[in-house]
Design a protein around this ligand. Structure first.
Ligand code: NAD
Length: 522
């Protein structure tokens, strides 16, 4: 994956304007640290954000820089001289590049004359800061003089100097109908299309609230807002992380919606990974007894799994997803463009669920994953499109036969999850991402099926090889206490008379739910 391009330079050097053009030209995402810092603050205070609001300068703190640094393929407009400081530099990967945007002193003073700057910064202070930053530019990988250049020319110069790839003009998308009426649709594509605008127009809300977190909103809010037409639009961010998928966060969202006068015919958009999707879906299903929601999943895991099927959920101190509803979104829009900037670990986290679909339902997808590993890891848009589309169809097909999980059909989606959940619990939900725990679960459960004679040895080996080929873990960590593991297993709600209901792969591409002896574990 390409690294990030970090644009630095003084006020008025054009970081944001050039950054946006450069990102568009090269198929990168764009993030401004000023907006990110602003949204972090508002997420803590519970303040909404409107499109086009002017953002103050915020020097990017080390703590927030740590949150941005795992991104890939992103043009980052970075305020302040921070990227040159040792402690910040350590955060960047080898493939990240710093570009210094130079602007002549007098032109700089002209350009910043009408900008919102900290009050204590008079002309002298500005000149001193200008001097300090200019001296550090020698450490940049490239310097671009923007004094006399138009933003588009500067972006072109940077793209050529850094030999950046150019974005493909090609647009493709596919609609997957999730019910017979054709009303609920999943759209999988490589760009955000007019599909969202058309649906917003059809729903005709008075107001639209985009529920997101500061990182995702600073990457994509402006693009999404631009597709919602003339409707009044606001972003409400909640802090990032599974620990915020709680009733108290939901309550903050209810508070915001009530204060701003949202009615049940207005619209929520869930913009983010599975945490935001579950939380926003839950709020939509309960606010004034239910209001429409559109899911815009931005992680691979959310696109192939959590955004599909209508399960919403929040955590309780006694367990994950203990409170929730079944509530179908108006539509799901999965753009593979969002996946380009996903941190590597999050990308692989989603791949674990993709591998699961291949094992339980699709041997062709399994071969595709084995044969096209380099295209997949390079996140080639057309390859991602095939994967997301294939998984969305598999999940839709299973869910449509057992929407409320009453017939046992949906249980097949839990392959790898019985052991996976136990590993997550025993390691306190901090060591592994969900997909990583599921990867271990799939490897362990496949071996149980092999030992029990349900699955051929050769197929089991292929499963283990594919999981480890994607650098996902395949064995239970040694420090997990096997007695505690067995105890947890026997307490599992799926266990009756020492038999547990497990999705059992009989061959690659086909799994059925069967009763398996608990004694077969470990
Ligand atoms: P997540 O939502 O926490 O996202 C992971 C991280 O990626 C976050 O830090 C997020 O800010 C960041 N991120 C999101 N999109 C990004 C992008 N495009 N670029 C860069 N960073 C981005 O985690 P997740 O893995 O997406 O979802 C996990 C959640 O999903 C869990 O709460 C789980 O319970 C839930 N889930 C629900 C279902 C369901 O059926 N409802 C199914 C599976 C999982």
């Amino acid at each position: 994956m390409p690294g990030n391009i970090i644009l630095t330079g003084f006020f008025g050097s054009g970081k944001k304007t050039i950054g946006r053009i450069l990102a568009e030209k090269c198929g990168f995402s764009f993030l401004s640290t000023d907006l990110f810092m602003e949204l972090e603050e508002r997420a803590i205070l519970g303040d909404a954000f409107f499109p086009g609001e002017e953002i103050l300068y915020h020097p990017c703190s080390l703590e927030l820089a740590e949150k941005i640094s795992p991104l890939s393929g992103t043009v980052i407009a970075w305020g302040s001289r921070a990227p040159f400081d040792e402690e910040y530099r350590k955060l960047f990967s080898k493939s990240d590049r710093i570009v210094y945007l130079h602007v002549d002193h007098d032109i700089f003073l002209d350009r910043v004359e009408h900008r919102l700057l900290p009050l204590e910064w008079d002309r002298q202070k500005l000149s001193d800061l200008y001097q300090e930053l200019s001296e550090s530019h020698v450490q940049a990988d490239h310097t671009c003089d923007t004094s006399m250049r138009e933003a588009g020319q500067a972006a072109e110069e940077i793209a050529s100097a850094l030999n950046l790839p150019r974005a493909s003009e090609e647009t493709y998308s596919e609609d997957i109908k999730t019910d017979a009426s054709g009303k609920h649709v999943i759209q999988v594509g490589n760009k955000l299309s007019s599909f969202l605008s058309d649906r917003v127009k059809e729903l005709a809300p008075r107001k639209v609230a985009i529920i997101s977190n500061p990182l995702v909103a600073s990457l994509f809010f402006n693009k999404i807002a631009g597709l919602c037409g003339e409707t009044e639009i606001q972003a409400f961010c909640v802090p990032d992380g599974e620990e915020f998928k709680t009733l108290s966060t939901a309550e903050r969202i209810y508070g915001f919606l009530l204060t701003e006068g949202y009615s049940r015919s207005d619209l929520l958009i869930a913009l983010g990974g599975g945490v935001i999707g579950d939380l926003c879906g839950f709020v939509a299903s309960t606010y004034k007894r239910g209001m429409p929601v559109i899911q815009i999943p931005t992680t691979l895991l959310a696109q192939v799994d959590s955004a599909i099927g209508g399960k919403t959920g929040i955590n309780h101190s006694r367990g994950k997803n203990m409170i929730g509803t079944f509530y179908q979104p108006e539509m799901v829009i999965s753009s593979t463009a969002f996946l380009q900037c996903l941190p590597e670990r999050e990308f692989r986290n989603g791949l674990a669920e993709v591998i699961k679909y291949a094992i339980i339902r699709d041997h062709k997808l399994f071969s595709f994953l084995a044969d096209r590993k380099s295209d997949i890891l390079a996140r080639k848009p057309e390859t991602l499109q095939q994967i997301v589309s294939c998984c969305s169809k598999i999940k839709t097909c299973i869910v449509s036969k057992d929407e409320r999980e009453e017939l046992g059909i949906r249980e097949v989606l839990n392959f790898g999850h019985t052991v996976g959940h136990m590993i997550e619990t025993l390691t306190g939900y901090t060591r592994y991402r969900h997909g990583e725990a599921v990867a271990i679960g799939m490897a362990v459960e496949a071996q149980i099926c092999r030992d029990k004679g349900f699955l051929k040895k050769k197929d089991c080996e292929k499963i283990l090889t594919l999981i480890s080929d994607y650098s996902l873990p395949v064995s239970i960590p040694e420090d997990i206490d096997s007695t505690r593991f067995k105890e947890m297993l026997t307490q599992d709600k799926k266990v009756r008379q020492d038999m547990i209901r497990l999705p059992v792969p009989e061959k690659i591409g086909r799994a059925e739910v069967k009763e398996v002896e608990c004694g077969k574990f470990l």
